[in-house]
Design a protein around this ligand. Structure first.
Ligand SMILES: NC(=O)c1ccc[n+]([C@@H]2O[C@H](COP(=O)([O-])OP(=O)(O)OC[C@H]3O[C@@H](n4cnc5c(N)ncnc54)[C@H](O)[C@@H]3O)[C@@H](O)[C@H]2O)c1
Length: 320
């Protein structure tokens, strides 16, 4: 049986291969945007493991033997899930492999900004200054209010960490059951009200048509304490023009962004003209632990599916 690993962004295939069936013919490729090459590489394959390769309807219709595509990621926007369902192809993913990392990263960004860590580091190394007073005014984190726009599984991990620092929690998420909010000790309110009371705000809503650009003047025009603003979800959920304006006129003291609205980043875009931003390059998901986990579990999805007659997949992706 032929299995194609269509692409990986970590430069080796050894973990995947070690969890695929021993008798499989495993073909390793690096195809991220060429449909014709993808069709050619996957001819006769029963399974594909993929991160970015474009499994469009056209590609899927040209691969009659394909039974499963296992995404080596949380996201699967490279796969036409609707077409896959119609053609009887199962799509699997690993949606929960980096919850800890993203929450840890969000808190690292919050703490880095609130304690001026990148600013101090630059002042010591580049300006040769050993002077705490080079920072903007800093305040005690214990007792601050942290606002969460989107209160899903990742932000809720960050909430538990924020509680450990003595922060009060407020949130906006129209779909969050009240019992969960109560259990988390989270006071629910509107985005405008979060602006009015928060010292630090984590925006973490998944990108969907209904959430595109949803964080904009509704937040930035209502802030009272010149808060720190964080985005670890998707750039497209935040209006980066309005954020840039708010950073320039001081409504937002500092932003810490793991994601920007176009990736790979366009360094000519407005957000990169703001000095008071800490950037990380869509790195929140990354740890060696998480990488090993997503590689192993996505390969196990294929093996379990092929050797157990279509059974034992942890997460099957369904069309919206
Ligand atoms: N930066 C990274 O490296 C990285 C890595 C993995 C995931 N992510 C992002 O994390 C997201 C998943 O986060 P999660 O695990 O917390 O998601 P989740 O599915 O557990 O929760 C999503 C939450 O968003 C809420 N929501 C939906 N629409 C909303 C709206 N209009 N306003 C406010 N809240 C709304 C839902 O009610 C839900 O509570 C992914 O979609 C991806 O964008 C980023």
């Amino acid at each position: 049986m032929k299995i194609v690993i269509t692409d990986v962004s970590w430069g080796s295939y050894d973990v995947e291969i070690s969890y695929l069936p021993e008798d499989a013919e495993v073909v390793c490729e690096q195809i991220t945007n060429d449909e014709d090459r993808l069709i050619e590489a996957c001819q006769g394959a029963v399974a594909a493991m993929s991160e970015y390769a474009p499994f469009t309807r056209r590609v899927l219709e040209a691969l009659p033997d394909l039974k499963i595509i296992s995404s080596t990621a949380m996201g699967y926007d490279n796969i036409d899930v609707e077409a896959a369902k119609e053609l009887g192809i199962t799509v699997a993913n690993v949606p929960d492999y980096c919850f800890d990392e993203v929450a840890e990263h969000a808190m690292a960004l919050a703490l880095g900004a609130l304690r001026n860590i990148p600013g101090y580091d630059k002042s010591v190394k580049e300006d040769k200054k050993w002077d705490f007073a080079v920072a903007p005014k800093l305040y005690r984190i214990n007792g601050m209010t942290m606002g969460f726009i989107g209160c899903g599984r990742i932000p809720r991990k960050a909430m538990n960490m924020a509680k450990g620092f003595g922060m009060k929690l407020v949130g906006y998420d129209p779909y969050l059951p009240k019992e969960i909010a109560d259990e988390m000790g989270l006071t629910m309110m509107s985005i405008e009200e979060i602006g009015e009371c928060a010292d630090v705000i984590l925006s973490h809503v998944p990108l969907m048509p209904s959430t595109a650009g949803m964080v904009s003047k509704n937040l930035f025009d209502h802030v009272k304490k010149s808060p720190v603003f964080l985005n670890t979800s998707r750039g497209g959920t935040v209006d980066y023009h309005e954020l840039s304006q708010a950073l320039k006129d001081g409504r937002i003291r500092m932003a810490a962004l793991d994601v920007v609205d176009a990736e790979p980043a366009d360094f000519d875009s407005e957000i990169f003209t703001c000095d008071n931003v800490i950037f990380t390059p869509h790195a929140a998901f990354y740890s060696e632990t998480a990488l090993e986990e997503v590689r192993r579990r996505s390969a196990q999805n294929v093996t379990n599916f092929l050797t157990q007659n279509g059974g034992k997949i942890e997460y099957v992706v369904k069309p919206e």
